[in-house]
Ligand binder design. Structure first.
Ligand code: ZN
Length: 248
């Protein structure tokens, strides 16, 4: 019997792991390794990395079997444009995406969501971050306390120039006094997108239970809805948003 679990592809650039000994100390199996370890019981998980093959682990065959993609990128922005455009099309067709940490500010996210930039300087000194739920009705906050703390985090400050999110879920406060929109969502076509900023490759953020709960909830929320067949004037047709748009 086929599993009805959500099919999750965890994609990690896997570059911090090569350049920074501290990253491997904290994440010996890579950031993708720790993500896989807490997600594999709930979802049908596959892992891919930039360096694994010519397609960077993002072949059509793999994407054909992906409901939700988790994306962690930081240092490399050389993913071929054709691949990024392919990913964007997949999202518009219904594939969910979770952008983690710096992944929310770089190439794929910028092409999908619109450009973003940071005005203030970031601080990478392991300071305390307190996340506040500001949308208690959103399923991504299910089982998450009203606020919780990450003991060692990297600080990104507001104002950040990002496309206005469709829904704001978390705001963070940092020990240095800054605040940040740290969890927010977008709808793009038939696809759902969740950006979750806490992270950084040299801090053990992804071992924290609250963070893991948010990411699991995010995968469930981002999963594509079951699309009914559309009844057109001339009879039943396959559901394809782009075709339909052109035919109207
Ligand atoms: Zn970082």
């Amino acid at each position: 019997m086929m599993s009805d679990k959500i099919r999750l592809l965890i994609w990690n650039e896997n570059e911090d792991e090569k350049r920074f000994p501290d990253t491997l100390k904290i994440y010996p199996g890579g950031i993708h390794g720790v993500l896989e370890s807490f997600l594999k019981d709930d979802f049908a998980v596959k892992v891919a990395t930039w360096d694994q093959d010519d397609t960077h682990g993002l072949s059509d065959e793999v994407l054909d079997h992906t409901d939700v993609l988790i994306w962690y990128s930081h240092l490399r922005n050389e993913i071929p444009k054709a691949t990024l455009e392919k990913l964007v099309t997949r999202v518009f067709d219904g594939m969910g995406v979770i952008f983690l940490h710096s992944g929310a500010l770089l190439s794929f996210a910028n092409i999908l969501l619109g450009p973003s930039s940071r005005r203030g300087a970031y601080r990478e000194q392991g300071e305390l971050e307190r996340l506040w739920v500001i949308n208690r009705a959103h399923p991504i906050t299910d089982g998450v306390p009203d606020h919780f703390e990450v003991q060692q985090s990297e600080m990104y400050p507001e104002p950040r120039d990002i496309p206005t999110p469709d829904d704001l879920i978390f705001i963070s406060w940092f020990e240095g006094g800054e605040v940040l929109r740290s969890g927010y969502t977008y709808i793009r076509g038939a696809g759902k997108v969740f950006c979750f900023l806490p992270g950084h490759s040299t801090f053990p953020v992804y071992y924290q239970p609250e963070i893991q709960t948010v990411i699991k909830n995010g995968v469930r929320w981002c999963a594509p809805l079951k699309k009914p067949p559309i009844q057109s004037r001339s009879g039943e047709v396959d559901f394809d948003y782009r075709t339909i748009a052109h035919n109207i």
